[in-house]
Design a protein around this ligand. Sequence first.
Ligand code: KMH
Ligand code: ZN
Length: 303
Amino acid sequence: MSKPVIITCAPTGGIHTPTMSEHLPITPTEIAQASIEAAEAGASIIHLHARNPEDGRPDADPELFMDFLPRIKQATNAVMNVSTGGGLGMTREQRLRAALRASPEMASMNMGSMNFGIFPMKDKYSDWKHAWEPEFLDMTRDFIFRNTFADIEFAMKELGEGHGTKFEFEIYDLGHLYNLAWCIDQGWIKPPFFLQMVFGILGGVGADLDNLMHMHTIAEKLFGAEYEWSVLAAGRHQMPFTTQSALLGGNLRVGLEDSLYIGPGQKATSSAQQVRKIRQIIENLGLTIATPDEARMRLGLKG
Ligand code: KMH
Ligand code: ZN
């Protein structure tokens, strides 16, 4: 009997820009509304970024987070997961500020430094709403998404040991699994571990099913019974890869952070629409979805 599938939803992220979709939530009110709808549709974890309400830039200001987090908490039982991914040019202290302030049940933890190329998307758009958008994408040509061992240790100690926050470990490549195993050996984190395997980001592993199978095989060897795994995939790979994860006994993540589409050439009108779609696929396959409290229990969250 397969375990119920934990659905995470990431409603906005810090990668897509406002011009790319009119449905991308920007203001705290829009982010709260999108999160509540996603939870009502079946997401048990909400992965959150904030944006500057004026122009939609990624923004890690804790005040913005503290505007929408209580509203989502009040309206739903979903697990709040605060991103520490940050944005271009942010220090590790800036990236952690919102999570340290909110002391959430869960926060993201990116498991290695890498290139992070979103500049190819610039070719697809011409009428930008904001001057910063094409510049932002261009800057990613020369951007290193910095997650050194010192950065990771700092975040694990400050947030994990300091606040009892558990992590969504973002695994963009095979080596990141070994980085995580090494951190466990250092005694910085305790099981259960929640791995989010990321496919299809330029700079990370490609969206090829063989990669998913191999990373799952190695994760089983490294973490055995002490972990839960989940899959997200960028753009058009979102639904096929998340479905595959559910079929293999894993969990999954959807949301406009990862894909702006609901089908080929068709923009999603909300993250909740993606949650409803994957939920229907899961249930048609004879699987069930996890409630937030079930996710809390399996992932060892502080509640
Ligand atoms: N944007 C995703 C590919 C984070 O927020 O820390 C990974 C992510 C990272 O969600
Ligand atoms: Zn994120």
